[in-house]
Design a protein. Sequence first.
Length: 286
Amino acid sequence: MAARRSPARPRRRLRLAVIGAGQLGETLIRGMIEAGLTDARSVTVTTAHRARARDLARRLGVRAAASNAEAVRGAQVVLVVVKPQQVVPVLREIGPVLEPRQLLISAASSVSTAVIEKHLARRVPVVRAMPNTPALVRQGMTALAGGRWAKASHLSRAEQLFAAVGRTVVLDEKHVDAVTGLSASGPAFLYIVIESLADGGVKVGLPRDVALALAAQTVLGAGAMVIGTGQHPALLKDAVTTPSGTTIDGILALEAGGLRVALLKAVVRATQRATERATELFGEDA
């Protein structure tokens, strides 16, 4: 399924609880408020440190709850944005409080919907989200997968929320580890590409700041071309590659250096590690 922007916005302000409102949680809150999906008064947050929660309340106008259980009471959507090893302790706190009319969205990596559902007392709909760090600048890519009790309406609501910080795609949960290896780890791979392109620019005489700006904007523009035109990257590459021109010599150097295979292997290995990590954390339940 192709990635897409948000479906139609809900008519009423969403009552949202964000458990673990760190950097990503704050970004999601800001994006959702700016998109008109909710307002600050309808958002309740908890964090690992009370000072952080009070700071968010001061800066964003949200409400800081004294406990995770308090935060989820009355919320329509509960967004869990904590580290994987913190998910089960959090679920033990909020599980007895959550009701089937609520939607639980987990953005914790390597934690399956089955693991989450096992720690809930009722048939609460669960959606698993795998965002990436470009969400911090509203250019994220988030994959969504529904659990046993999640309906199409629950996935649609999750799409609305995460579309506030980028693009979304709904997939079968069996693909989430691959998403982790590609789009969640992918920015780190591309930062190496950007750094290397900039280093190349410096090597041929460009000032460092100019080379970095050229490299970063080129990667951004190339991605926009793939999405905007819908054309296969190979066709777009061929359009730039003229006979006896400069680009074909550069491509020859890339192929000789093994860039294509190296990136492919990076995605495969990151995917494998995502699966291994889930097993390490949850054993057979993963």
